[in-house]
Design a protein around this ligand. Sequence first.
Ligand code: AMP
Length: 189
Amino acid sequence: MNIVLFGPPGAGKGTQATKLAENFDFVHLSTGDIFRRNIKAKNELGKLASSFIDKGELVPDKVTISMLEEEAEKHPDTKGIIFDGFPRTIEQAEALDLFLANHYGSKIDKMLSLEVDDEELIKRLVERGKTSGRSDDADPAIIRNRIVEYNKKTAPLKQFYINQGKCFEIEGVGSVDEIFARLAAEVAV
Ligand code: AMP
């Protein structure tokens, strides 16, 4: 079972992906988390990634795709993967389909799209910025740019999954547990 957890910055993907992975015993792959680990390690990938992340821009597809594939290859026996923050472009989604088919003989089963309006997103991101320690949460101009990037490059991906009959919209407003229950019901089907 392979699930893409989809939604704009601040939709709650990280929180919910962590809970889903624990609950269903799936692997949780978050490209944002992997980039942040490399930034902390101060390695070449980290330096490259932060030059984009700090501006609220997407990291180039080539770098992101090879990093994700390398990480996914570490879990050949898992019964499921929750992809969080990946794919974010059509090119990434096509690469992911190819990768899953070639390496696992599998596919994306569902794309769960967390629906949250822009006003609520900005409120949450500003709030998160007070404690997350993430530089890209701290500056309103960068938050706005992440939402612009999302609308331009990532939102069109929804249609990619709708066309395949894999997109399920989930109301992303409410308590963490309420939203989790809605997502878990869809994963369990
Ligand atoms: P996130 O933790 O998912 O909000 O990601 C933080 C930042 O990492 C994003 O704003 C992007 O700059 C970068 N990033 C994470 N995932 C991707 C991806 N799939 N493609 C390109 N950039 C990404």
